[in-house]
Design a protein around this ligand. Structure first.
Ligand code: CA
Length: 382
């Protein structure tokens, strides 16, 4: 089998109601979708993760100008060989960020092709499923005006409960006083409900304030505290982790085996959160999972992309072993973003849906999706 063509679809749409996380206002949703065609008539789909503030054009240019010439004519089933070819060819200007997101998109598409060619879901090619369903957690609690939204966010917590969620992640990082008010409001609203909470500041603070916030949050019995400090500050992560009792999570802004090697060696996290559309695709996530296992770190993938990234992340999470085995081991949980995303649901025939707070792992070949091409045209970025 040979790769005969690669097409990139940068997608973008304005949001009717912009929202904020601690790093800025999200005024549009975007995605970089890639289609890899073969001479066998099999097409694979992938997606480069576009962070809330990341222009999809960067990964698009990388795929078109840097990666496509390396791939045309290659056998798409040579996933490991092609990953290394892409990484080595971009090393001197890549290693992180959108370049690795571009490699991720291609790699996901190659694994989709492998699955379709074998008639198997990708998780079977990764070594099988440790679980046939995964608990979903609601990611939400974004800001619509900024500070002072504690009452509304308490009400939002109850909306997530009503939708079936029993785990949810609160966005913090809007100033310690505002964060405290929000958590108090959510805690009061959820009193009596069996809900597991996590928090995520998106690296809003330095070490001192990250620790002050963590101490304030000890009573909430958090499953994890995510991105307490900047991703490149591994020593700061370690300090936060040593100062607090709750598990520290991070890694959505880290990439490849090499980036996670340094993160783990520093003792930065209890829970690693590679994003399949950003860390380097299935191939890199396999490397990272093995490395995490060797360091006693749990892997709980991050996902905030559109429907293709979600489908890929579901295949990945099925194949993630638990880090600390026991008969009641803590299983990874699936990030289910509840913020506005106009084309996420329309992009594929069977978008990810939670039922009662759980999601079944699809067993159709490849990623298990059919892409709606009309949506690719409708939301194509200029
Ligand atoms: Ca996050």
């Amino acid at each position: 089998m040979k790769i005969t063509g690669i097409t990139v679809y940068p997608l973008r749409t304005a949001l009717e109601h912009p929202f904020a996380f601690s790093q800025g206002w999200v005024r549009q949703r975007s995605a970089t979708i890639v289609e890899v065609a073969t001479d066998a008539g099999i097409t694979g789909w992938g997606e480069a993760f576009a962070q809330g503030l990341e222009p999809p054009a960067i990964a698009t240019a990388t795929i078109e100008h840097a990666l496509t010439p390396l791939l045309l004519g290659a056998d798409p089933r040579d996933t490991e060989v092609l990953w290394h070819r892409m990484y080595h060819s971009t090393r001197d200007y890549g290693r992180k960020g959108s370049v690795i997101a571009a490699i991720s998109a291609i790699d996901i598409a190659l694994w989709d092709i492998c699955g379709k060619a074998a008639g198997l879901p990708v998780h079977r090619l990764l070594g099988g499923a440790f679980r046939d369903r995964v608990q979903a957690y609601a990611t939400g609690f974004y800001r619509l005006s900024g500070q002072g939204e504690a009452v509304r966010l308490g009400e939002e917590a109850l909306a997530h409960v009503a939708a079936g969620f029993r785990a949810m992640k609160v966005k913090l990082g809007y100033g310690l006083a505002d964060d405290a008010a929000v958590m108090q409001s959510i805690g009061t609203a959820l009193a009596g409900h069996p809900v597991t909470l996590m928090v995520d500041t998106n690296h809003a603070y330095g070490v001192a304030d990250a620790i002050r916030l963590g101490r304030m949050l000890e009573p909430f019995n958090l499953r994890w505290y995510e991105e307490p400090v900047a991703p490149e500050h591994a020593a700061g992560y370690r300090e936060v982790r040593r100062s607090l009792t709750m598990p520290i999570a991070g890694g959505e802004n880290e990439h490849t085996l090499y980036g996670f090697r340094d993160f783990f060696a520093a003792g930065a996290v209890d829970i690693a959160q590679p994003d399949i559309g950003s860390a380097g695709g299935f191939t890199a996530c396999r490397h990272i999972i093995a490395l995490a296992q060797a360091h006693g770190v749990q892997v709980n993938p991050h996902v905030w992309g559109s429907a293709i990234a979600q489908a890929a992340s579901l295949q990945l999470i099925a194949a993630v072993p638990v880090a600390h085995h026991s008969i009641f081991a803590e299983e990874p949980i699936f990030e289910y973003d509840r913020s506005s995303h106009p084309f996420r649901q329309q992009l594929v025939d069977e978008p990810v849906q939670q039922h009662g707070g759980w999601i079944d792992i699809p067993s159709r070949p490849g990623l298990g999706i059919e892409v709606n091409r009309e949506v690719l045209t409708r939301y194509r970025a200029a």
